[in-house]
Design a binder for this molecule. Structure first.
Ligand code: MG
Length: 256
């Protein structure tokens, strides 16, 4: 069941999502050779708690950390560790925060410069695909229009879309209905409505779409060892036009 949010609830959700975006801004400046993913995790946790939030992932199904840090061929759900980042790496930083009982969720993938040209292309295409999916999240469209737009953009660049993990509704729970695949035929699934708040999150591989989960029961990696990227925004569907992106550091224009 898809739980629609009131405008008052979206105001609260925007606070959680903004905190995620602000933490990402801080984290991106800390990504450099030598920093460990555990250090990034501590920075994220301190930021969230100092600003009155609760880390959403820590303790979720016993996940140990505030951040998911997924390096290179790790797709999602990497566990922060003493691994030091090196030049040429990419690291996905997936972060959730709870504020006033509502969740915000967002992810970015950051290069540890200098990186190869193809790495920049992968990051650019994945982020572009996210925005193309977001642009479809509007009243009058159906759910699968989001994933269709994402898949089309990704595959037009010769990359592949991960099938095993999907985006999701979000609210008082981290994962609510509907599931949002990043692929599929257009015009299928639920009609999009004002009040839906969605976490849209394409995961894109340079090689094939297959992934597997490591023995830590969390870290998903590409089966062929190819590089992977992940970007995510929490968005609120509007009465008309494109959705409002809640995971942003900007002030909300719609607050009166
Ligand atoms: Mg998510």
């Amino acid at each position: 069941m898809i739980i629609l949010k009131t405008e008052e609830e979206i105001v609260l959700m925007a606070q959680a999502a903004k905190m995620v975006a602000e933490a990402h801004q801080v984290l991106q400046q800390e990504v450099k050779p030598g920093v460990t993913t555990l250090q990034l995790d501590k920075i994220a946790e301190t930021f969230i708690r100092d600003h009155g939030g609760i880390p959403a992932f820590k303790g979720y199904r016993d996940f140990p950390s505030t951040l998911c840090t997924s390096v290179n061929h790790e797709v999602v759900h990497g566990i922060p560790s003493n691994r030091a980042l090196r030049e040429g790496d990419v690291v996905g930083l997936d972060l959730g925060a709870i504020v006033h009982g509502f969740y915000g969720d967002g992810a970015v993938t950051v290069p540890v410069e200098p990186v190869a040209t193809q790495v920049h292309t992968l990051l650019k295409v994945t982020e572009e695909a996210l925005y193309q999916g977001i642009d479809q999240a509007r009243v009058g469209n159906r759910l699968s229009d989001i994933g269709h737009a994402i898949q089309r953009h990704v595959e037009s660049h010769g990359f592949s879309v991960v099938r095993d993990f999907v985006g999701h509704g979000i609210g008082r729970q981290l994962h609510e209905d509907p599931q949002i695949p990043n692929y599929g035929r257009p015009g299928q699934g639920a009609r999009l409505q004002y009040g839906m708040v969605l976490a849209i999150e394409p995961m894109v591989n340079v090689g094939g779409p297959q992934v597997q989960v490591l023995d830590d029961h969390w870290t998903a990696v590409t089966t062929d060892g190819s590089l992977s990227a992940h970007f995510e925004h929490t968005v609120a569907i509007q009465p008309v036009g494109p959705p409002e992106i809640l995971t942003t550091v900007r002030e909300r224009a719609s607050v009166n």
